[in-house]
Design a protein around this ligand. Sequence first.
Ligand SMILES: Cc1cc2nc3c(=O)[nH]c(=O)nc-3n(C[C@H](O)[C@H](O)[C@H](O)COP(=O)(O)OP(=O)(O)OC[C@H]3O[C@@H](n4cnc5c(N)ncnc54)[C@H](O)[C@@H]3O)c2cc1C
Length: 434
Amino acid sequence: MSHPVVVIGGGLAGLAAAARLAKVGHQVELYERSETLGGNWAPYQLPSGTTVDDAPSIIGFPAPWRDLFRKSGRPLEAELARMGYALEPAQPATMIFADGAELTLPTDRGGQHATLTAAYGRSVAERWRNLLDRLDQVWQTLRGLGLEAELRSRDQLSRTTRRTLFGRRMTLADLAISVDHDHLSALIRSVAYRLGSVPEQTPAFVAVELSTQRTFGRWQVHPFETSSRLETGRSSILVEALAGRLALRKVQVHLSCPIENIHLHNGQVAAVATSAGDRPASAVIATCDPWQTFNELLPGNAARRTRRQLRGLSPAAAPTVSHREAPMPRAPLRETVNLTEAGIPTVSYLRQLADGGLRTVHDFNATRPRASYGVAWSRFSSWLRRPSVTTEIPGLYAASPASPAGPGASQVVLSAALAAYGGDDYLRHRIARR
Ligand SMILES: Cc1cc2nc3c(=O)[nH]c(=O)nc-3n(C[C@H](O)[C@H](O)[C@H](O)COP(=O)(O)OP(=O)(O)OC[C@H]3O[C@@H](n4cnc5c(N)ncnc54)[C@H](O)[C@@H]3O)c2cc1C
């Protein structure tokens, strides 16, 4: 009998990889060091008993989620419906700029143009539309560079590709200057801060997020019945749906059970050390941060290249998240983003609960480096130093917010898909070689 595939970590990446691998017939064991599943997205309770999470209440780019649920057994819509929920389009966010002006920018192309024309005049609206059209091309290029296929080598970045990505030197700060408008400049710069980085160190192509919102919209988890006591905008409901999927697929989940080491045999993954003893492993999907995976879990002489790459990288800056009960708001969910002149955002979600309201604030003015939030940008070359999903150790795959796809939830779900495909492929070849 072959040994199980071991998944380290029960955050989004671990849950997504485990669900996919179990669906294609592998025996999967998932080890999570904390008492709950979900990682950064785990639900928890306030002293009042209200269930909250530190995830964003609004999700952009839902396709990876839909693919994950479909490929692991049941469409997302059907799974959410069983729990009394649907994934519905969310209202656009209201931005409040340093000078007090407000802007509520729709996500569709025509709506954006009309709103910006009314607010700032035709030439500014046209500059914005041209920029986002240009970013649509960036998106098409990026799909094959870490999102739907792995980014493993600089050879994938031909001269034409680099040109489409605004070249190696242009930063988000430069792009912000090029729009020549204080408000839009702050909005572009905020993309870097939301990724735990600074615009002067973040490559211009990362602004692609502005165009993916326009293409794919913004989504929220919403109860079917408006009178229902179920909650709008608690994104950790997706974690609960995934945990249910793991139970259905008979993934063995070990909570409060950290992995302490990854053992190799002849240079290949052979076992993991848990607090309860060693467990043999046919492959390992590591979804903890890469500094832990490569510097702490592996033997000292393994994966030298990746360790060298990691030395030049530092953890992204995570926002301070707070929750406060509020009077019942009129709308089910509203997002407000206050931007400083430099573009540092404070993102506030106000949502309805069964008997009141809840304000959740993600404050990027008060950040601290957190390895589980991914890697801070330090120019274009830092993209190529992020550890690829297929590692240099046969049988070891790494999917996390530090993967080349990026730290957003949908990107993490895509990295997990690449890890599951890689692991499945590795195991099939191993069986074929026997
Ligand atoms: C700056 C920033 C902005 C973001 N913005 C968005 C956004 O706009 N939209 C969005 O949808 N999402 C956003 N996110 C959220 C992002 O998607 C989360 O980082 C996501 O939850 C990462 O999931 P993960 O599973 O890879 O990592 P984690 O959630 O960190 O999960 C890793 C898990 O591994 C466990 N673990 C660690 N070490 C061990 C060990 N040795 N043994 C066993 N278990 C272990 C941990 O306890 C944890 O549960 C943002 C994140 C960042 C960084």
